[in-house]
Design a protein around this ligand. Sequence first.
Ligand code: SAM
Length: 270
Amino acid sequence: MNNRLYQGHIARKRFGQNFLTDQCVIDSIIAAIHPQRGQIMIEIGPGLGALTKLISKFIDRIIVIELDLNLATRLANNSLLNKKLTIYKQDVMTVNFADIARKEGKLLRIFGNLPYNISTPLIFHLLIYTQVVCDMHFMLQKEVANRLVAQPDSKSYGRLSVMTQYYCNVLLIFDVPPTAFHPTPKVDSTLVRLVPHKVIPHPVYDIRLLQLITMKAFNQRRKTIRNSLDNLFTPVQLIKLGIDDSLRAENLSIIQYCKLANWLSHHLEK
Ligand code: SAM
């Protein structure tokens, strides 16, 4: 038997297709999301509808975004589901969530068992839209989930941790073993909840500068920040900001990164 075949569909690796098969896990995910009528629920990558079918029992309408046209067509032809679905047959990386929120006139609740091959760039993409998002629940590779919540001085702490925690409160909900999916992935998974801060705790004047600084620092994470950030800050400026220039990217807190970004925007204005 083709071990990529599931419910008459051959799982496509390039679309990160690992379908949820464990009903207990599916029930627990929907319980964690706790959908309510009237909310704008958006599922990324509904696939064969494992989560979609269950969530549709609680609500009247779901927006789904699916890149695989075969799967999108299957969902559109599913007579039990299709009346409730609005299907975006497109790459989620091209979706403008602000437009959807404007059209719906409500904050969005986004969820999905994400294609692991694009989960990191996808989270960066979604962070742009946190102002129009109520919350997000995602099944992620455990290692990526750990990076979302990582604190300074750890190997998992990186640009993804800083940017996600800048915008959101992140909670690990539960771990899921490979056996809950078909085909079975080689990695463990974790369900996470991201809730955008109502008020950003350490706001920066220009988010692009925070992105630039974290990119430069973490792209050369073995170097001291004196070296990795040398074309943005002199050692004297770092010391004046109370930041030890012999530290590495992973040793700086989010507050310190925000301080650097704000100093830079102030300095560039002059
Ligand atoms: N939700 C289903 C489940 O849990 O069984 C499927 C999850 S599977 C891990 C990921 C889903 O995302 C697949 O249906 C895949 O086709 C879809 N997908 C992959 N890349 C995508 C993209 N760039 N935009 C939208 N959907 C995508």
